[in-house]
Design a protein around this ligand. Sequence first.
Ligand SMILES: C[S@@+](CC[C@H](N)C(=O)[O-])C[C@H]1O[C@@H](n2cnc3c(N)ncnc32)[C@H](O)[C@@H]1O
Length: 396
Amino acid sequence: MSYKIVSLNDQGLGICYVNDKITFVDNVVVDDIVELKIINSFKKYNLATVTKYIEKSKRRVDEFCPYYKECGGCHLQNLSYEDTLKFKKEKLEKILHKFANIDIDIEMIKSSKDKKYRNKITLKIENKKIGYYSSKTNNLVEINNCLIVQDSINNFIKEINRFNIINGEIIIRSNYNDELLINIISDDKINIPSFDNKKIIGIVLNDKVVYGQDYFVELINNKYFKVSYDSFFQINRDICSKLFNIINDNILENKNVLDLYSGVGTLGINVANKEKKVYGIEIIKNAVLNSITNASINKLNNCNYLLGDASNVIDKINDDISVCLIDPPRSGLSKKEIDVILKMNPKQIIYVSCDPITLARDLKLLKDCYIIKKIIGLDMFCYTHHLESVSILESR
Ligand SMILES: C[S@@+](CC[C@H](N)C(=O)[O-])C[C@H]1O[C@@H](n2cnc3c(N)ncnc32)[C@H](O)[C@@H]1O
């Protein structure tokens, strides 16, 4: 029996109907006609995998990565880059409509590089085998190259076995200058080899520096940012630069700005020279220390940072806030943060989100008091089903 794929769900899985029951299928695109094997049957849906492609869709393109089917990290490699952008635009519009009753035409900003864009990877090591955990099984998929990360990182993967890590995790980050910062987490007795590669600027083992330094410096739109090994930084530099520009072009000027979830101070520092004051709130201590340094490197003296959980610290700011710049992790805002923001009554909210569902949930609570002027999608995570967005809200 063959089935036609009628659409894709939010995770990029194909949808077809087997005896009227919704069935999710991996490695397919719309209009593929396939034979299937059901691998899991639940009350309301099936999960299936393709046993034979009867007719391949005209939209299908060949995946560019040899690990694509096992790894599951990039979900959309059988679509052209333009079609992945269309998928993300429709995904965001659908979620905003479904969960927040917001109907809005989203502009999608593409990444100038759709491959080799990632500046960070996290690899697992099991019995000396190095790879990613498969998104489907959580089994290790051995890799020696990942086509969405920067060359500088890929070139280093072949060196990892010199550390003699048997089990653990290695996080490799690279900056604008292709310098590498390595962070290893392992209980094994690790060897720290000497590398000819001058671009390795630091190696951290279980939170202790064992070579060089524990940070790198990133450069975005002529601004420098010190980033410690445990501080967050946006993973696609081109999209980070475009995000800076969007915020710069839309933010109200000469105001007190709250940069909630400020990381190393990135988004607030980007606009600080045209604002009265910037207040950042961030939970990672090194990131707060980085942001204080970053304000100073960028010759700003109007930035203040608070260390702590955003929910506990947000009501500690004793100043009038006219702009809230918000960039939370996937979990979005807590109810308390939303209540405090509504009480602060800023003229403008700029909400940067990496999760459309929590974005929709939060906008639903804000939209009675705020007009949603625009929402822009940014392709931070090319060929995955994930997307970044920035929403510009103005007080009613
Ligand atoms: C998506 S990142 C954004 C960082 C920064 N705005 C940037 O553009 O680089 C989210 C940040 O929130 C921080 N964070 C996570 N949970 C937090 C919490 N409960 N309170 C405060 N900060 C938190 C993370 O450490 C991270 O730096």
